[in-house]
Design a protein around this ligand. Structure first.
Ligand SMILES: CC(C)(COP(=O)(O)OP(=O)(O)OC[C@H]1O[C@@H](n2cnc3c(N)ncnc32)[C@H](O)[C@@H]1OP(=O)(O)O)[C@@H](O)C(=O)NCCC(=O)NCCS
Length: 258
């Protein structure tokens, strides 16, 4: 497996000097690209690319009460369009998305597009992950001090995950974030989000592959053939990636100025 998440741990991401022109992006089969959009770039990316949003996306943007949330949505959705446009070699504004009953956005046009993607945002950062012909989920969360570690995972974590959390008390905040991001990444890849049966799935350290790798099961049955990674962006931000590709090659790309 090739990935440079260890580099990501040190915040030394692969720097893309500028966003490539649509059509100029190349995503090899079995590769995963994870793009990082930091908050400092939200306004410039949004103002450069907002014109690519569809009328319903513009309407959704206007529904945000707080300007920051509005700008954040515009930037992440227009960057999503820009990058998918690049991978599919089509104009970002020509893409059409539909939304599944669980809220997962999927490419509706071009028809039969093979691109799989997942988006997650937290205070300070957005992650966008892409690969071909697979299921993919990414989740990023910022550590919040004073969290009710006891209550948060109820109904979401499996018994095994609850026990892992219990073993870490009283200092369980990092473990909580880790289980939480793994679980959301997996459930986003599966498309249900938290509205499925989240506690029927278990995420655990992958002892075979070692630190930074995790594995998942459903009611005790291993979900095999996936690449599941923890991504650590500094001490306060945790993220996880789940992709239904065995031995995926994962690389990180930082969105820079346009
Ligand atoms: C998916 C979910 C776990 C995301 O949680 P979150 O931590 O608040 O948000 P994140 O920033 O990590 O992810 C948001 C992104 O997830 C994606 N997303 C939403 N629902 C999704 C789903 N069911 N599967 C995969 N991805 C989903 C969207 O791209 C969204 O980005 P957007 O706001 O730019 O559209 C949560 O919203 C959930 O469980 N949703 C399902 C609830 C449901 O069934 N809703 C039905 C009515 S729409």
């Amino acid at each position: 497996m090739q990935h440079d998440f260890v580099t990501a741990r040190n915040a030394g991401l692969t720097a893309s000097p500028s966003l490539p022109e649509p059509g100029g992006l190349s995503l090899p089969q079995s590769a995963v690209h994870v793009w990082v959009l930091e908050d400092a770039l939200v306004e410039p990316v949004g103002s450069a690319l907002a014109h690519t949003l569809s009328p319903d996306e513009q309407q959704r943007a206007q529904a945000y009460i707080h300007e920051w949330h509005r700008n954040d949505f515009i930037a992440r959705r227009s960057l999503l369009r820009w990058l998918i446009g690049g991978y599919l070699a089509c104009k970002p504004e020509s893409l059409r998305f539909s939304v599944t009953p669980f809220g997962k956005p999927v490419v509706q046009w071009p028809h039969a597009a093979r691109i799989a993607f997942s988006v997650s945002h937290t205070d300070g950062m957005t992650l966008l992950a892409f690969a071909w012909d697979c299921r993919i989920g990414v989740d990023v969360e910022r550590r919040i001090d004073g969290l009710d570690v006891g209550g948060l995972g109820r109904g979401i974590f499996s018994l095994i995950e609850e026990e892992a959390l219990d073993r870490m008390r009283p200092d369980a905040a990092a473990t909580l974030l880790s289980i939480w991001t793994r679980k959301e990444a997996l459930l986003k890849a599966l498309g249900t989000g938290l509205s499925g049966e989240p506690n029927a799935y278990t995420t655990e350290d992958d002892l075979l592959f070692g630190a930074g790798h995790w594995c998942a099961s459903h009611r005790g049955k291993a979900i095999s053939g996936w690449t599941c990674l923890d991504l650590v962006f500094g001490p306060d931000v945790r993220a996880a990636l789940a992709v239904s590709i065995e031995d995926a090659s994962v690389t990180f790309h930082r969105a820079r100025r346009l």
